[in-house]
Structure formats: C-alpha cells, structure tokens
Design a protein around this ligand. Structure first.
Ligand SMILES: *Cc1c(COP(=O)(O)O)cnc(C)c1O
Length: 317
C-alpha cells in the first residue's frame, strides 16, 4: 500500500516513510491510495486489541519494511483495554467507550504508543543510521503532549520536544508534560496552542535545523496515529454487531478530527458503523463547513484550562 499527499496524488511513499515524515514535503497530509475492505467475519476469533490491530493494519503495511514487525508493534502498543460499558437509564441502548485506560489516561495513548513503537523500528532498520538526531516535535494543548512524552520516554536514539501554552493546561497535564527528563524536553510558550503549532511548523521549515535534526511530527496529522485509532472502533462496533445485529452509532468529542476520521475510515472499510456524530466546542467552524461547504477558520480565544471538560471516552449508541 502506498500513501499520497493530499496536495499531490503523484507524490507517493510507503507506510514507514509516511510515518517517519509525518507530513508530506508539500505540506499535504499522507493518506492511503485506497482503503482495504473488511467484513465483520474477518475478525472472528480475535479477542485481543493487539490481534485486531495487526489484522486491520496489515494491508496498510503490505510491501513496506514495517510489515514484518507489525505484530510486535501492535502487541507493544495495545497493552491496555478499551472496554464498552453499558449505560443504564437511557431512552435507548447506549454505552460509553472508555478510552482512558492507557498510561496518561488520554485516548491519545493509542496513537502515541503505536507511533513510538513504529518509529523505534524504523530507526533500527536504517542501514546507514543518519547522524542527525531523530527528533519528534509536538505542539499540545495538553493531552497529546503527555501521551507522546510518555510513549517516547527512554527510547534510544529518539528525542522528543513538547511545546505547550503557558498557563493554559491543567495542573495535572503540566505535571504529565514536565515529569520526564531524559530524552524528553518540554517547553512552555507564551501564547496559545496556535502559537506552539506555528513554532513547530517554523522548525520544520528551517533549513539549518533540518541539517542537524531529522524532525518529525507527532501531531494528529501523522497517519501513524490515525491508523491505530481505528482499532477501538473496529473492536467496539463488532461487539455491538455480534450482540445486537445492528451497526453502532458514535458520538465523538472532536477537535482536529483525527479521532473521528479514524471512525469514518473504519466505516468506509466495511465495519458495522452507522451514524457518526461530531461533538465540537463553541467554535462552530466544522459545523458551518458541513452545512455551507465553506471553510472559514475563526479565532475562539483560549479557554481557561480548568473550564475544559475531560472527555476521554465517547458514546456508542
Ligand atoms: C485530543 C482530544 C480531543 C480531540 O481529538 P481530535 O482527534 O483532535 O479530534 C477531544 N477530547 C479530548 C479529551 C482529547 O484529548
């Protein structure tokens, strides 16, 4: 399977290159040339998330150096559960998909752990390891940075730099971001999340940094985070399907849409998924885009961290 840039379908690379680069040289996102097709029975007998992940991601790794190590990567990344817990007292059947059982209690642990396990193998496979340091740069409003720091901490030959807006993450998140040391460095930025993201993008575009560092991104644009996030949709939708014979509908708290995109890809691949509802905050850019077709980003202003609800679960109905 090859992946092409959303800005140029002629620029195509394999899975390991797509993950290692994070973003295509033209600034586009890497997306697969096509989505493999599955039916529910393809997963019969698989009960562990790691085995479901291996089966699901195998077509994306086909022909790539990562194919041989995929099962090991998935065993390492998917070592905690994502249980579907039934709700009582709701008008119809509804469950909560608990995505907070990873090391930092964020659903980002799924993507970050897969990404870190993958990057380490890509680095180890290099015949002539670059003398440039492999450096993961990530801008975070809280959860991504903590998950990435935890996943990359103490990995040999990889450094991680995490940028977050000063005063705009919760105390617990600040602790999760700054507690690592070793190969993880955390920077506070005077500004909001967009300012952090801008600094990361500037670093990618800086030729002198490119000479000394092999920079890559761990933000949600990396297909190495998107693919593993499909796994809990596959697992939970199959559970609902086997129990009720009906597709599962999802309500997904959404930001950059990485999590919901994973759900939509899983549905497009043939999994029993019905309606997908995106829940956003007061910034109604996506809402307006879906109804008008026009993309009009707007500034909503930073919301104080303490007012931001924690929602590392989603509803399945
Ligand atoms: C990251 C995050 C989101 C947004 O996820 P996207 O993939 O960016 O849409 C929503 N809620 C919580 C708690 C998060 O950590």
């Amino acid at each position: 399977m090859l992946f092409h840039s959303t800005r140029n379908t002629a620029h195509r690379v394999g899975l390991s290159a797509a993950i290692a680069q994070g973003i295509a040289p033209d600034g586009g996102l890497y997306v697969p040339d096509s989505l493999p097709k599955f039916s529910a029975t393809d997963f019969d007998g698989l009960t562990e998330l790691a085995d479901i992940a291996t089966q699901l991601i195998a077509p994306f790794a086909a022909g790539d150096e990562l194919a041989a190590s995929l099962a090991g990567i998935c065993r390492e990344a998917f070592n905690f559960p994502a249980p579907l817990v039934e709700l009582h007292g709701t008008p119809g059947p509804a469950s909560v998909l608990e995505l907070f059982h990873g090391p930092t209690s964020a659903f980002k642990d799924f993507g970050a752990r897969f990404l870190a396990a993958t990057m380490q193998r890509i680095r180890a496979n290099q015949a002539n390891p670059s003398t440039r340091k492999l450096t993961i740069l990530v801008a975070t409003s809280g959860d991504t940075g903590g998950a990435v720091a935890a996943a990359f901490h103490a990995r040999k030959g990889i450094e991680a730099g995490v940028l977050y807006p000063k005063g705009l993450v919760s105390q617990r998140q600040a602790q999760q971001l700054a507690c690592w040391g070793d190969n993880v460095r955390t920077f506070t930025v005077q500004g909001n999340f967009d300012a952090c993201q801008r600094m990361v993008k500037d670093a990618f575009a800086d030729p002198s940094l490119q000479q000394s560092h092999e920079l890559t991104s761990a933000n949600s644009i990396n297909v190495g985070r998107l693919l593993p996030q499909m796994v809990y949709y596959v697992n939970s939708s199959l559970e609902v399907w086997r129990r009720t014979g009906k597709p599962a509908n999802y309500i997904i708290p959404s930001g950059n849409l990485g999590n919901s995109m994973a759900c939509i890809w899983a549905r497009a691949m043939g999994l029993p998924i019905g309606e997908v509802i995106l829940a956003t905050n007061a910034n109604r850019t996506i809402n307006d885009f879906l109804s008008s077709g026009e993309w009009q980003p707007r500034h909503c202003g930073p919301s104080p961290a303490r007012q931001r609800p924690k929602n590392n679960f989603l509803l399945v109905m």
